[in-house]
Design a protein around this ligand. Structure first.
Ligand code: 3UK
Length: 545
């Protein structure tokens, strides 16, 4: 019998984790850092490439030395097993080095999206009680601001550009020994906490154990992507988002392959990287595939023949985007739905068995069904909540009340997505069952944007919903009621947009704003967002006012 670590839900709220594939039988003692790094460096791959970034290539041997030296440096600072360390970095090798060093030491990594603002960061620091952070020099400011409201964060280690007086990541490595034995962690010890703001805007930390992280590689990646050490994995999800943690770090390392790190998404830059770095597996949100397809003559201007698979996740992939990509590039595009709670993809299209418009079938190792509100399976062809069980599952950090919403019906995970299963076993996404807005793969909680809009002195109240958009799938739309004496104008709309970009991660800002006299409400006074969503959908179809 294993004990449940501190910060985790009680046993009755735990997801049922099932290990049906032979590769998922992990030993009781397991360290994900050892499995992903030392197993390669000491298993005959020391000279093989491990990380590509611009002109830089690190072999597994070189990567291991850096990781070990940093691990020894972190230990010298007094950071030990069980400590929580926040990571705030773009997709640079330093992110990977820090993540692996922490894993080898049994330190819990808390990755954060580079776009987060100070109030969002302060919440995470306080909730996870992170005592140290490794921050990229260029994006340190918001974290330094957050420190004022988050006293547990005592120590910043600065990577990239440093200032006098900083503890620099590279100084920490200096003079440290190149050997470091991985801690003897348990398979069910906490390895990382990934934050998601979900539908309400109160962020939730999703805990993943050492075995969860490997399980995603040994189910989804192993069976759907069938990787080899020759593969080069690339794409734009940030390493802190589990879509990127898996696709650009865990999956390549599990199979002795290498990630290709690149800057923020730009369609031409992405196409050029595919060609120059000979990517073989590419991870992007559908919006990015649509933007690449807009580059004139993209399939003739860029040599994309190295790509054997492209993966689309984080938002629904319409049949039209799938068909245009496959027709013009000749490369297979696999849709997959994943979540921060489940770590990675649990329903996916399979190569040569794609049904355009459907997400796909349960990933080997996962059992998925469509259920009603009581957890009863609904007949095929009927819409309901998608529920899943597999080797990974939702474990919220210190949020027992939210845990009960995600893990239901005796251990099934429920993401809040409405699906239809057809008689052939294909699952098709329909919509979200809550107020989460999905735009260009980003998740934006409507209520959070409302709360911050309402802080503006001109705003009496607001309602924020998704509205259909040809490029981004959906965009954020705010209905705003102004305070008496304030007049609607384009300048005020722009000011409200700036206010959101300043206070929250900029991708959350409402691209559309409509000033209205009042908001539709229920008899009990709740805003009827569902009404506004319907209005937006009707207008998009050209039927509305
Ligand atoms: C939505 C999709 C339709 C869906 C993620 C791959 O997106 C990821 O994690 P998040 O926690 O959001 C989860 C929610 O996003 N979604 C994701 N993929 C699809 N909807 N079709 C899809 N293919 O609402 C889901 O509940 O940000 C994706 C791998 C790891 C991830 N964390």
């Amino acid at each position: 019998m294993t004990t449940i670590p501190e910060g985790l839900p009680s046993r009755d709220l735990f997801p049922e984790r099932v290990y049906t594939l032979p590769e998922l039988r992990y030993p009781e003692r397991l360290n994900v850092g050892r499995e992903l790094l030392d197993a390669n460096a000491e298993g005959g791959r020391a000279g093989r490439p491990a990380v590509f970034a611009g002109e830089q290539v690190l072999t597994y041997g070189e990567l291991q030395k850096k990781v070990n030296r940093l691990g020894n440096g972190l230990r010298a600072l007094g950071l030990e097993r069980g400590a929580r360390v926040l990571l705030r970095m773009p997709n640079v090798p330093e992110f990977i080095i820090t993540w692996l060093a922490c894993q080898k030491l049994g330190i819990i990594t808390v990755g954060t999206m580079p776009m987060l603002r100070s109030r969002e960061l302060a919440y995470i620091v306080n909730d996870a009680e992170t005592t140290a952070a490794v921050v990229w020099g260029g994006i340190r400011e918001e974290l330094e601001k957050a420190q004022r409201e988050a006293p547990s964060l005592k120590r910043l280690i600065v990577a990239g550009e440093t200032k006098p007086g900083d503890v620099g990541l590279h100084d920490l490595l200096d003079g440290q020994p190149e050997r470091l034995a991985a801690e003897d962690t348990g398979a069910n010890d906490v390895a990382m906490i990934a934050y998601t703001s979900g539908s309400t805007g109160i962020p939730k930390g999703c805990v993943h154990f050492h075995n969860d992280i490997l399980a995603s590689a040994d189910s989804y990646a192993r069976y759907v992507l069938t990787p080899s050490e020759e593969d080069r994995f690339g794409g734009h999800p940030t390493l802190a988002f589990t879509f990127g943690t898996g696709g650009l770090m865990v999956f390549p390392f599990r199979f002795g392959a290498a990630p290709v790190l690149m800057g923020p998404f730009q369609p031409e830059a992405m196409l050029e990287t595919i060609q120059r770095s000979r990517l073989s597996v590419c991870f992007c949100a559908p919006t990015s595939y649509r933007l690449m397809l807009r580059v004139p003559e993209m399939e003739r201007r860029y040599d994309l023949r190295s790509l054997r698979l492209s993966v689309s996740a984080a938002e629904p992939l319409p049949a039209a985007t799938y068909e245009e990509w496959v027709k013009r590039t000749g490369i297979e595009l696999l849709d997959g739905i994943g979540s921060t709670e489940m770590f990675h993809i649990f329903i996916s299209s399979l190569p040569r068995r794609v049904r355009p418009g459907a997400t796909g079938v349960p990933v080997p190792g996962y059992d998925c069904r469509v259920v009603d509100e009581e957890g009863q399976e609904v007949p095929t062809g009927t819409a309901g909540l998608v529920a899943m069980k597999g080797p990974t599952g939702c474990k919220y950090w210190r949020k027992p009340e939210r845990q009960a919403e995600y893990v239901r019906f005796g251990g099934w995970n429920v993401t809040g997505d409405v699906y239809i299963k057809d008689p052939d076993g294909y699952f098709s996404y329909q919509c979200r069952s809550d107020d989460m807005i999905v735009s260009g793969g980003y998740k934006i909680p409507g209520p959070e944007v409302e709360r911050v809009l309402d802080e503006h002195p001109a705003v009496a109240e607001s309602a924020v919903v998704a509205t259909p958009d040809a490029t981004r799938g959906s965009v954020v739309k705010a209905y705003v009621v102004l305070k008496a004496g304030r007049t609607a104008s384009e300048a005020l709309a722009a000011e409200l947009q700036e206010h959101i970009k300043r206070e929250l991660a900029p991708y959350k800002y409402p691209r559309r704003i409509e000033f209205v006299e009042g908001l539709p409400r229920t008899e009990t006074g709740k805003i009827r967002r569902v009404e506004l969503r319907r209005q937006e959908a009707e207008r998009a179809r050209g039927q509305g006012p």
